[in-house]
Design a protein around this ligand. Sequence first.
Ligand code: F6P
Length: 371
Amino acid sequence: MPPFINTPIRKIAISTGGGDAPGLNAVIRAAALSAIQRGWEVYGVRDGFHGLLLPEEYPDGGLIPLTRDRVRGITHLGGTILGTSNRNNPLKYPILRDDGTIEEVDRSDEIVRSFRLHHIDALITVGGDGSLAIASVLAKKGLRLISVPKTIDNDLDKTQVTFGFDTAVGFATEALDRLHSTAASHGRVMVVEVMGRYAGWIALHAGVAGSADVILIPEHPYDIHKVVEKIKERDRLGSKFTIVVVAEGAIPMGGGVSVVEHEAGRAERLGGVGEKVAADIHAISGKETRVVVLGHLLRGGSPTSFDRLTALRFGAAAVRGLEEGQAGVMVALDPPQVKYVPIEEAMGQMKMVPMDSDIVRTAQDLGISFG
Ligand code: F6P
């Protein structure tokens, strides 16, 4: 696929894939308005790529026209007006065979065919690591596309930050503020589980901003005895309560990640580490311990102004990039600019928390334990 394609664009489509994140609607609005200004027609694909793969399931044929009216007043809304999906990955689409087994098949050619059928000249895909992998295959098969990075976990490399992260951190910080009063009044340990499957950015940022005492993240396998030591030290110093923030992907030393479910065609579902940490703390220290799982609350609500602005910039930059002839790239925030990075490069690796970073060292200076 050449990096620049100069044939004229008349019609584009936008799809949102993977878990929702606050700011998706802002991307859709910015991309739609920028495209309409250029005289292009804009369509939204329903539910990730589902609208293209199974159009017969939708009364509107799986594609909705994104007019000025349709995208009015959506910047501040959480979720995505197009729908999304982190199941049924088109590269590993699960098909139930007669013998009851599930076979995973690659349906990317059908997506390409559907694009040609609808005379769509270019695609903007908004999504995380899974969507980038799909975008990379579609780009190699000749689709002119630009990806917009999305994840509340902030674990995509090559962009300084993704929209949704700031909103999630703000909500988690407020939750920690609120939990302090009960923890202090009862002299309890409060374990707060937040999202973050591969990287502990949400746990780290919210934990520091929300004055947690212990932060457990996937980048640093934790020793539960060190966590209990921290709790006992606080007890001795007169603080009878402890707030522990744990990322869903945190792992105990010598152990593995806590998995709830593994379903064909999608990433395994994580969960349960908060319960495990709380049970272990109680068993070792005898302290009264409670767990709060923030989970999908972190993905909901109105995006912060920072996330709205990032999302609007990404949506507008995607359309500008298409106009300039870019293809097979992801837009990325490289302050003060938004730039374009080849999708292959962006997919290369996850962005993990460096344990020698300033924010980790700040946490350590504040006396926060990483277990
Ligand atoms: O990638 C974002 C994320 O929020 C992860 O932290 C989490 O593991 C996953 O989505 C959960 O997604 P769902 O419950 O929608 O399958």
